[in-house]
Design a protein around this ligand. Structure first.
Ligand SMILES: [Zn+2]
Ligand SMILES: [Zn+2]
Length: 488
């Protein structure tokens, strides 16, 4: 049911001339932005030097110079010099997006009230939420209206992880048989999960209906930024399913763990790649304006440690790896494990159930070459087949028959990962499609700029697809789904 009135926030919203948000990065009032400019100046090659053959002497292999010159229009370091900036016929293609990203960065830090980050409370059970697209989702969930493109970009970036999951799993998903994003096999697979996520038609979808229902476990593998999202943002996922108790598991070597509290260093902080995170040991001293900036070179850096909540406890003893669990609300428990999934699979293997469990990979880089593992001919293995990355993991997940959802940050990224499926032993020929590859209605609308080349811009969770292990045994398939009609 659509609400008749919208909040009048748009009327009250302070208008701020965009000009006051624009600063050349090196002159930004914020140390973190200046530090980023410094990092880009060291990493990114000048695109004109890189393509200009005219002045290169044949006997010297001229290295492109680093980007020292800041474009006055977008404020990013983009070229080695003003001359090469002037000579570049391509920069106008990137400049408006870079300008937008510049203003977004400064807007976020401006201290203005961020009404787009005000999240609504629980859904009234007579209200129907739509997961067709961001606008209908915001409208039917009673968000403040997102009246500028900038507000949309901020809000979609904040919410993309939980609502991508909600948008795929919910019975009112925009991924349907009708638009051919859902396959018939996928429809059966999701019907199994939805029988746990929702209540039978006509019954009120309230927390009272959760009695006797199994927990829904979502395993988010290779988690990075999503593991450091505040729990109240993840709570937005649970509000789409009022009668479901979720247990989120963030599992991966770059999972963010709680910061240490006072003098006691929890066991869970004593190992793991924290040396990558300059703020990990500084405890309470850190601020958002820490001038150290970790470049997002080939994979995003490990996020900062998360806030320690009152009920956060170490799970080291339970899972045998650096980990924590927080029972955040009666509907939401979060566990984070700083480990490879192969280290903990044995603890879940025998209880994985397609009626209550699902896996999510956010931009896993299946089709990227492994930095550590090589074939006999010396070529790097693709990460999907590499023993140090996803090689052993996908066959384990396919065996569970639980759906496996994967996102990518651009059409090319999605295609690269999907193509890699056909090259991976124990994956090729062993899966069926649940959701066909294509755009994700709940991707972030904000451009993420690569520090190693500001011309490279992507959008978090741009696309989505899903697979599950093939059911060869008809008997098995029958027993898996035979109880469905009675449940639906
Ligand atoms: Zn140059
Ligand atoms: Zn520019």
């Amino acid at each position: 049911m659509l609400k008749a009135f919208r909040p009048l926030l748009s009327f009250l919203k302070a208008t701020r001339p965009a000009d006051s948000l624009f600063h050349p990065f090196s002159k930004s009032p914020y140390a973190a932005v200046r530090a980023r400019a410094e990092a880009i100046r060291k990493l990114a090659p000048c695109p004109v030097c890189a393509t200009d053959h005219a002045h290169i002497h044949a006997h010297t292999k001229a290295q492109p110079k680093a980007v020292q010159f800041e474009c006055p229009d977008c404020g990013w370091p983009t070229h080695c010099s003003q001359i090469h900036w002037n000579d570049d016929p391509e920069h106008h293609k990137y400049c408006p997006r870079l300008r937008e990203a510049n203003e977004d960065e400064h807007d976020l830090r401006s201290g203005r009230p961020m009404h787009e980050f005000e999240l609504p409370g629980p859904q009234g059970y007579e209200e129907t939420v739509s997961l067709t697209n961001w606008d209908l989702f915001w409208y039917t969930r009673g968000f403040p209206s997102m009246d500028t493109e900038r507000s949309r970009r901020h809000a979609t970036k904040l919410l993309t992880y939980p609502i991508t999951i909600g948008g795929a799993l919910h019975q009112h998903s925009g991924l349907t048989l009708r638009n051919q994003r859902l396959t018939p096999e996928g429809s059966r697979s999701l019907a199994a999960l939805r029988s746990t996520l929702h209540v039978p038609p006509g019954a009120p979808d309230t927390d009272e209906a959760s009695v006797g229902k199994p927990q829904v476990r979502l395993f988010i593998l290779g988690a990075r930024a999503e593991s450091s999202l505040p729990p109240h943002v993840w709570e937005q996922l649970t509000m789409l399913f009022p009668s479901t108790h979720f247990h989120l598991f963030f599992i991966g070597p770059q999972v963010s763990l709680p910061k240490s509290s006072g003098n006691t260093v929890p066991q869970s902080q004593k190992s793991g790649p924290e040396e990558d995170s300059p703020t990990a040991s500084s405890g309470l001293n850190e601020t958002d304006e820490n001038p150290t900036y970790l470049p997002n070179v080939y994979q995003p850096p490990t996020p900062k440690p998360i806030e320690r909540l009152k009920r956060t406890r170490s799970s080291l003893e339970k899972y045998g790896v650096p980990s924590y669990t927080v029972p955040y609300t009666p509907q939401l428990t979060i566990t984070g494990m700083q480990a490879n999934y192969t280290e903990v699979h044995a603890q879940f293997q025998h209880t994985l159930d397609p009626y209550s469990d699902a896996f999510f990979f956010f931009s896993p880089g299946f089709g990227f070459p492994s930095p550590d593992s090589f074939a006999e001919n010396g070529e790097p293995l693709l990460q999907i087949a590499s023993p140090t990355e996803w090689g052993p993991v996908l066959p384990m997940l396919l065996a569970s028959k639980c759906p496996i959802f994967v996102t990518g940050f651009s059409p090319t990224d999605v295609e690269r990962d999907v193509r890699s499926l056909s090259t991976a032993p124990e994956v090729a020929g062993e899966f069926e499609w649940v959701i066909t590859p294509g755009p994700n209605n709940f991707g972030s609308e904000k451009w993420e700029v690569a520090d190693f080349d500001p011309r490279v811009m992507v959008k978090t969770n741009w696309g989505i697809w899903a697979i599950r292990g093939k059911s060869r045994d008809l008997q098995e398939q029958k027993s898996l789904f035979s109880s469905l009609p009675s449940l639906l």
